[in-house]
Design a protein around this ligand. Structure first.
Ligand code: AKB
Length: 320
């Protein structure tokens, strides 16, 4: 049985991944760690929760020692748009935080899952069917920390034998905890606005294609890559994973099938538009499919049905 520490546990992915891990490995075996964001009651009441700061190595080491942790899901990070506004903070949280986690993992023999992102690619990367191994020259601080993080994880595996693994997440769509400060956040906001106001003003241009994934698939990817047989892995960190490549108008059209009065207009945010244009339109995730049988369950149609059903229940708004 694994003893797991999840950093960033109150965040968009962390809050759902922690609950999924608790269901799989037992509540007491999954230690949730947040920084500032208050965890919801479900997270607080179902198992251990602590506030730590990954920039302080002692706070990470203390958790690992106290609970005899053998696996760390390191999710604490700043997302792309906020990282571009606060690049110094992003370096500290994303890089120093990861370095500290890897050092603790080396010292106490832990495995480490670290999410990379489509943000690890840049304007000179092939935009369509972006290969697993290709040019990575991102022009954002978020991207710089993601590429450096991928390389650092590979280094800790080769140099010290730390079992590091990870995926390159696309935009993640979910209804439980909102994302904060990402470029792909529109793909979550659009559903809230469609249900609450029947209209949405999108900050990305029509025709801006990006990879996306529904949260249950994002969680499956994190668990499956960590449980994969090491003998089958040629890559270890930063597997491309995707479920769909969509532009804002594709999501809007799918929502309109269920909420016909929904409308969308556009007021472009130049910062997030520039970031989105530097990222792939669609990734090739065949390495993940071959090496650990990655297979998403949700496409745009099934995701939209589930999002609208679950979110309208959460918001207590009836969709007729
Ligand atoms: C962001 O938009 O910053 C994230 C990501 C794709 O890494 N959702």
């Amino acid at each position: 049985m694994r003893k797991i520490l999840v950093t960033g546990a109150a965040g968009q992915i962390g809050s759902e991944l922690t609950m999924a891990l608790r269901e799989r490995y037992g509540n007491e075996n999954v230690i949730a760690a947040g920084h500032k964001t208050e965890p919801d009651n479900g997270l607080l009441e179902s198992g251990p929760f602590h506030f730590i700061d990954c920039r302080e190595i002692g706070t990470v080491a203390e958790m690992v020692k106290k609970y005899k942790v053998d696996t760390i899901y390191h999710l604490a990070a700043l997302l792309s748009a906020v990282a571009e506004e606060k690049p110094q903070l992003a370096w500290n949280v994303n890089m120093i935080g990861l370095y500290n986690v890897l050092e603790v993992a080396r010292t106490y023999q832990c495995s480490v899952f670290t999410p990379s992102s489509i943000g690890a690619f840049g304007p000179t990367t092939p935009l369509d069917k972006t290969p697993q191994d290709t040019i990575q020259r991102p022009n954002t601080m978020y991207g710089v920390t993601k590429v450096a993080g991928e390389l650092l994880c590979d280094y800790y595996f080769k140099r010290f034998g730390v079992d590091t693994r990870g995926v390159r997440y696309p935009g993640i769509v979910s209804y439980k905890t909102p994302p904060g400060g990402g470029t792909t956040d529109y793909a979550v906001e659009i559903y809230y606005h469609a249900i609450e106001h029947k209209k949405y003003t999108c900050y990305l241009k029509k025709g801006t294609y990006l990879d996306m994934m529904y949260m249950p698939d994002a969680i499956k990817a994190a668990i499956d890559v960590m449980e994969a047989s090491p003998a089958k892995l040629n890559h270890r960190n930063a597997f491309n994973v995707t479920a769909m490549s969509v532009a804002p108008e594709n999501i809007a059209a799918e929502i309109q099938r269920i909420i016909p009065e929904f409308t969308m207009d556009f007021t472009i945010d130049p910062l997030r538009q520039a970031i989105a244009e530097s990222w792939p339109n669609s990734m090739d995730d065949s390495a993940a499919r071959e090496e650990w049988e990655w297979q998403p369950e949700y496409d745009l149609v099934s995701m939209t049905h589930d999002m609208i059903e679950k979110l309208s229940q959460k918001l207590r708004i009836r969709i007729s």
